[in-house]
Design a binder for this molecule. Structure first.
Ligand code: FAD
Ligand code: DLZ
Ligand code: SF4
Length: 508
């Protein structure tokens, strides 16, 4: 009997388990653009365009490869509106009684598939380096699930950057050489550009017509929509930006929105590139003497370490992970996260480029928009909703542990051993934002003081019971206690005034 092989919008890999178990001469591939997926969050317009364009391109490639593909476009009249609805419709048309797919990257869809009226077989998604089972085995019996230990096991298991039993370069971590501030450099190689052909153009027009009010602009759409384009992006990164990736990993510059970042997350998350091939390409550059160990290790750690770890945590912790709120933060997300209308130059820059590119790099996400939300006590569910909506690479399996876990400490410390927060001094050191800001990064209290400064101490003060005993935070509390009572009171008063402004719906 004919089987239906369903390929979801972020499963665009020719060698995934579902396609591998199909028979081109007998089975039918189903792909569907549906409203339910397009609206479960208010996706950035570029994310919608990228998804649909990449799906259409992938369907063409499958057909060229000899598969029979039943493809539903978003605006087709008979579109059932949901993935389950489309599978059921196509199964009836084809006389199939089973749908095979890779398990989706979201509890929401896994549960919908389990309770569907048609039988949907969800195969383990083997496009990750570490399977869910392997991660659960690693986690079993451990008191703390620290990324570093997981990462070292992955290094040993894959042999990436290993010299026998030892890490290449003699260290597991080269952070002390990394994380330097960057200077503007007009000669930094720009990102590759991709021509919007007729297929992409049609999708861009459809997205603008169907989702006119969604966040973001399509003007600068420049994402790889096919494996060939993603390969070009990878080659470009290895040739031009890997060399200094580590050194400037945490730097931020107002006029350089990408710096040395790879901008490969959307391609990897869609399945256009495999995480292992990306790591191997970086390792090759190291072996060839084209890139130094601090950058190559730093880059591989992000993918082999953080990316695999985040997925492991999401599926290990279960569907309730996204509703945790360990710090009991309840404030609404300020409106300026959507409008970008704030006097804080760092926030304006991070939000502005998010609107224009659907992209901000890790430190902007963690230490600017993320840290501000944490310091200001924003409801972590609302923070997650924002991150899930606005980024080109956002899927719940990776967005939620990064946001709820790493950035908002909402999971109570499963991912992060201490909250990622800083005063304005860190942003000033790592960026050139503060010079052009309406606030004074050196001022600690009063109307003109950088909001990060007073909110930082307000956070520490209000969560003292939880964090005082944390060995990594003892020094900060000692510093706070050493300050004069009037100084502490002035900072807390300044922070209170800022929080009251937020509560009145005013921008900072
Ligand atoms: P680079 O800096 O070039 O890094 C190389 C690759 O490493 C990335 O392409 C990505 O595949 C991987 N990577 C790096 N850091 C992480 C990480 N912390 N977790 C998982 N993979 C990582 N990443 C997503 O892919 N989707 C998300 O929805 C997402 N949400 C985030 C939310 C918050 C609050 C934070 C702090 C981080 C989030 N990240 C997310 C992680 C990271 O910011 C992005 O992967 C990265 O900025 C993508 O840009 P890049 O491809 O230029 O990455
Ligand atoms: C993100 C997305 C969007 C916007 N649209 C579709 C779609 O129309 N059809 C589809 O198969 N997949 C889409 N996706 C990707 C899914 O939402 C994704 O598979 C889940 O979020 C699980 O990671
Ligand atoms: Fe951001 Fe504060 Fe610097 Fe302004 S002064 S850019 S708010 S860190």
């Amino acid at each position: 009997m004919t089987k239906l092989i369903a390929v979801l919008g972020d499963q665009l890999s020719h060698d995934g388990a579902a396609l591998r178990c199909g028979d081109k001469s007998a089975d039918v591939v189903v792909m569907a653009e549906v409203r339910e997926e397009a609206t479960y969050t208010g996706h950035h317009k570029q994310k919608l365009a990228l998804t649909f364009a990449a799906m259409r391109r992938f369907a063409d490639e499958l057909e060229r490869d000899g598969w029979q593909v039943r493809y539903t476009k978003l605006t087709d009249d008979d579109n059932a509106g949901s993935l389950v609805g489309e599978f059921a419709r196509r199964a009836e048309e084809e006389g199939a009684d089973e749908v095979i797919t890779l398990a989706p990257g979201e509890w929401r869809l896994r549960q919908a598939f389990e309770s569907a009226p048609i039988k949907i077989r969800q195969l383990p998604d083997d496009r990750f380096i570490c399977s869910e089972k392997r991660f659960a085995d690693w986690a079993e019996g451990r008191k703390e699930l620290r990324m570093e230990w997981f990462y070292r096991e992955m290094r040993r298991e894959t042999g990436l950057l290993m010299e026998g039993d030892d890490p290449a370069g003699g260290e597991w971590n080269f952070d002390k050489e990394n994380r330097k501030p960057a200077q503007p450099d007009l000669f930094r190689e720009p990102a590759p550009t991709f021509r919007n052909d007729a297929l992409v153009q049609e999708v861009l027009e459809m997205v603008e017509a169907e989702f006119p009010d969604n966040f973001g602009s399509l003007d600068e759409f420049n994402w790889p929509v096919s494996r060939a384009q993603a390969e070009r992006s990878l080659e470009h990164f290895i040739a031009h930006n890997l060399h200094d990736f580590g050194t400037y990993q945490d730097a931020m510059l107002a006029e350089d929105r990408l710096l040395h970042h790879s901008i490969l997350s959307s391609s990897i998350n869609l399945g256009l590139l495999s995480p292992l091939e990306v790591c191997k390409a970086a390792e090759e550059a190291y072996k060839a003497g084209d890139a130094p160990i601090n950058s190559v290790e730093g880059f591989i750690r992000q993918i082999l370490g953080w990316r695999e770890y985040m997925r492991g945590i999401y599926f290990l912790e279960g569907p309730d992970y996204t509703s945790r709120n360990a710090l009991n933060h309840k404030r609404d997300l300020p409106w300026f996260y959507w409008s970008g209308e704030t006097e804080m130059a760092c926030m304006k820059a991070a939000i502005g480029q998010t609107r224009d590119l659907a992209y901000a790099h890790h430190i902007q996400r963690l230490m600017v928009t993320g840290s501000f939300a944490l310091l200001a006590g924003i409801d972590p569910r609302q923070v997650q909703d924002w991150y899930l909506a606005v980024y080109i690479d956002a899927y719940e399996w990776v967005e939620a542990p990064n946001t709820a876990g790493m950035s908002q400490f909402a999971d109570g410390g499963v991912v992060a051993s201490k909250p990622y927060i800083s005063s304005g001094a860190y942003i000033d050191k790592m960026s050139d934002y503060c010079g052009g800001c309406a606030y004074d990064v050196k001022a600690k209290d009063g109307e003109k003081a950088c909001p990060f400064n007073s909110l930082y101490w307000h956070f520490l003060d209000r969560h003292r019971d939880r964090f005082e005993g944390n060995p990594r935070m003892g020094l900060v509390y000692r510093n706070w206690d050493k300050q004069k009572t009037e100084t502490r009171e002035a900072k807390l008063k300044t922070a209170e005034a800022l929080l009251e402004k937020l509560d009145r719906g005013e921008a900072l």
